[in-house]
Design a protein around this ligand. Structure first.
Ligand SMILES: *Cc1c(COP(=O)(O)O)cnc(C)c1O
Length: 370
């Protein structure tokens, strides 16, 4: 019998136990025909704001839209620069571009792969307006160090928390630390809807008000527009799904952390492997479990033989992608890491048997020392 594959990610197993509740919630929206900005949207926004420990949540149709509107709501646009880490999903820099500003790439910390706050200062110019701190792989960025530079140069701090719903930094929830924070509810994120979705959260009433207007054509009220916005609204059906799932988020995150610590306890000290570091003050929600491998190609071919799902986040740093490459920026830490990192299967329902197969494949790969 052929070996069962170990999936990198499996959304179907998460859906099974909550299926009845989700089906009911979706049917209720349809019965009510409250598809756009209906009562479910407000209900979810209130509960997600509470979850993040902030006063305001404004849902939008993706994490990318959340980032773009957060930037625009801070009055950042043409002629301005925004500092972003080079190891992230392309959307972080893309949102800066679509807000009309220029992303400026900074290298990452070799242990956490998050923005290296010590390198931010040398990139600040008179055009810099904000730093986007990405909480990559579920681990908060070094917000104290980022906040310190931001304070010195009077810059805004935007959290890209698209991979870090529920993570803690110094006991504070991600989303409540910067001036404004952005989440994605793409299905594969720690909290995902049944399609695309996102949210902006903030303690600031004025930022939340501007985002709420920008997501809905800039309108003050219906057909009264004093500025132009977008149609970036999130459907009520999506918020109904999210309201069912939000109460499970902490439990799912706890499962991810336990799975991550099992991987780490089994793989620590394994030749040719570096397990991920959880930094001081941080409680990661392990959106991804990312290893460094001395010979990634050899590990991947072992994974393929053993039918183990895997992925790379990210194989090419954003500053080297075609739209940004022409600037000629080189960032050595990030570029070296991108040749060694590999993401293991990790989702709350992953079983011990599946995990042991992943671990066995890594041991069998018998990687050389670094
Ligand atoms: C997923 C993600 C985004 C974009 O979110 P979408 O909902 O896919 O638009 C932005 N930044 C990071 C770090 C992400 O992981």
């Amino acid at each position: 019998m052929p070996l069962e594959p170990v999936p990198f990610f499996d959304l179907k197993v998460q859906y099974a136990p909550i299926r009845a509740a989700i089906d009911r919630a979706v049917a209720a929206v349809i019965d009510d025909a409250s598809f756009v900005l209906g009562p479910d949207v407000r209900r979810f926004e209130d509960s997600f704001a509470k979850y993040c420990n902030v006063a305001h949540c404004v849902t939008v149709h993706s994490g990318t839209a959340a980032l773009q509107l957060a930037i625009q709501a801070l009055d950042i646009g043409p002629g301005h620069e925004v500092i972003v880490p080079a190891n992230s999903f392309v959307a972080t820099a893309e949102a800066v571009h679509y807000a009309g500003a220029r992303p400026v790439f900074v290298d990452v910390d070799p242990d956490t792969f998050n923005i290296d706050a010590r390198l931010v200062e040398e990139h600040v110019t008179e055009r810099t307006r904000a730093i986007i701190a990405v909480h990559l792989y579920g681990q908060p960025a070094d917000m104290e160090a980022v906040g310190e530079v931001a304070h010195r140069y009077n810059l805004h701090v935007i959290e890209d928390a698209c991979q870090a719903h529920g993570a803690l930094y110094g006991g504070r929830r991600t989303g409540s630390i910067g001036d404004v924070a952005c989440f994605s509810f793409y299905p594969g994120k720690n909290l995902g809807c049944a399609g695309d979705g996102g949210a902006v959260v903030t303690a600031s009433e004025s930022i939340a008000g501007r985002v709420a207007r920008l997501r809905n054509h800039g309108g003050l009220s219906r057909y009264e527009h004093e500025l132009l916005g977008h149609n970036f609204r999130l459907d009520s059906i999506q918020t109904a799904v999210l309201s069912v799932k939000l109460p499970y988020l902490d439990e799912w995150n706890r499962a991810r952390r336990e799975l991550a610590s099992y991987y780490t306890s089994c793989l620590e000290g394994c030749k040719g492997i570096k397990t991920p570091l959880v930094a001081a003050k941080c409680e990661s929600v392990f959106h991804l479990y990312v290893l460094r491998a001395s010979d990634r190609a050899r590990l991947i071919s072992r994974f393929e033989e053993a039918r183990i799902g895997h992925s790379i986040h990210y194989p090419k740093p954003v500053h080297l992608l075609a739209p940004f490459r022409k600037e000629g920026v080189r960032l050595p830490v990030c570029e070296a890491a991108s040749r060694q990192i590999i993401s293991l299967p990790l989702f709350p329902e992953l079983t011990r048997v599946q995990q042991d197969r992943v671990i066995q494949a890594i041991v069998d790969a018998d990687l050389p020392d670094f």
